[in-house]
Design a protein around this ligand. Structure first.
Ligand code: TUI
Length: 312
């Protein structure tokens, strides 16, 4: 497949793996890159030296390009920004804020910067400060989200910027991939489907919850803190929503979310864990290798476009 994004990133298929905090580590990242997509190390819950180690371990498993995602609320973000340059990482994606403080350093080192945006205004600002592309992420996504849906956000961002737009949020199969390209995206970013990849190290209980999830099983918490997060509904989300209603502080709530993500990923604690997943969890029904996932999505997209075009 040839799009502006496959050319920019030197990858075979225009599919990026979402930077899922505590989850996207070297095994998943290398598997996605080896399958022709762009694997992305999530530096979300990491310190700088841990990120350096992940980069080195990924390089040992693949010769293909891969990226690093920096969650900008992470207190270690400034140190991780330096590690990106020192370790010659070619692509950085950012989330939950603006990467402007790091742009000069990265652009001078030749790093391609692809910020996640949830609005047209931020997309334009990112283009002006030298972003190579933007990821327009709708609120169907798991984890930290903005307000707009993918269907509404992507075409508005496409019209507003010249740089390539990558669509994220609500995409888990070939139909979603094809639809995003129809909206003008040049690539897609997929998280939830890769949660159940054979190479993904999340606890089996996490995979089981995603595989069993139905369409309405995710819920958004933390709207009161200004950092809304989509997770699968469980005892933790019920407690969180109760605390929010009772007026808990930002720190109390943030502590609950961050600690509980680790409980979900490493311990599979179904009651206290924060099982971040997108609305498409209901579409994800089988565990496959990254190679199988990418091949299936690509074939389905090509077939669906041929089929629908014949109907027009
Ligand atoms: O960052 C994400 N998704 C995430 S980060 C994360 S870790 C976390 N854990 C607990 C609490 C909070 C986070 C889990 N999932 N996606 C990228 C994304 N960025 N979605 C939305 C945005 C965004 C929203 C507003 C980016 C920028 C923005 O405005 C920035 C500004 O300053 O104007």
């Amino acid at each position: 497949m040839h799009t502006e994004v496959t050319k920019l990133l030197q990858i075979e298929y225009p599919i990026l793996q979402g930077g899922m905090a505590n989850i996207a580590e070297h095994n998943l990242v290398a598997a996605v890159s080896n399958a022709g997509g762009l694997g992305i190390i999530a530096a979300g819950g990491c310190g700088a030296e841990q990120v350096r180690e992940e980069i080195r371990k990924t390089k040992a498993l693949t010769d293909k390009p891969f990226g690093v995602n920096i969650m900008l609320l992470n207190p270690a973000a400034p140190d991780i920004a330096k590690v990106i340059v020192e370790e010659n990482v070619s692509v950085v994606t950012t989330g939950a804020g603006t990467p402007e403080p790091y742009m000069k350093e990265w652009l001078e080192a030749g790093v391609k910067v692809i910020p996640v945006v949830a609005s047209v205004a931020l997309a334009k600002r990112m283009e002006r400060c030298g972003a190579a592309a933007v990821i327009a992420e709708g609120c169907e996504s798991g984890g930290h989200i903005g307000e707009l849906t993918t269907m509404a956000l992507v075409p508005q961002v496409v019209d507003a910027v010249e740089i390539p737009v990558i669509a994220a949020g609500g995409i888990a199969d070939g139909r979603g991939f094809a639809a995003a390209m129809m909206l003008g995206a040049k690539a897609v970013q997929i998280g939830t489907r890769f949660l159940v990849a054979k190479e993904c190290i999340v606890h089996e209980n996490y995979k089981e919850l995603v595989l069993k999830a139905k369409d309405i099983d995710s819920v958004v918490t933390s709207r009161t803190t200004g950092h809304p997060v989509r997770t699968l509904r469980n005892a933790m989300t019920r407690e969180y929503i109760k605390m929010e209603k009772e007026g808990a502080t930002f720190e109390e709530l943030e502590h609950l979310t961050l600690g509980s993500l680790r409980k979900a990923v490493f311990e599979g604690d179904k009651k206290a864990g924060s099982f971040m997943a997108g609305q498409v969890a209901g579409l994800v029904s089988k565990e496959q290798t990254c190679q199988e996932i990418i091949q299936e999505i690509v074939k389905e997209a090509v077939d669906v476009v041929k089929d629908r075009t014949a109907q027009l």
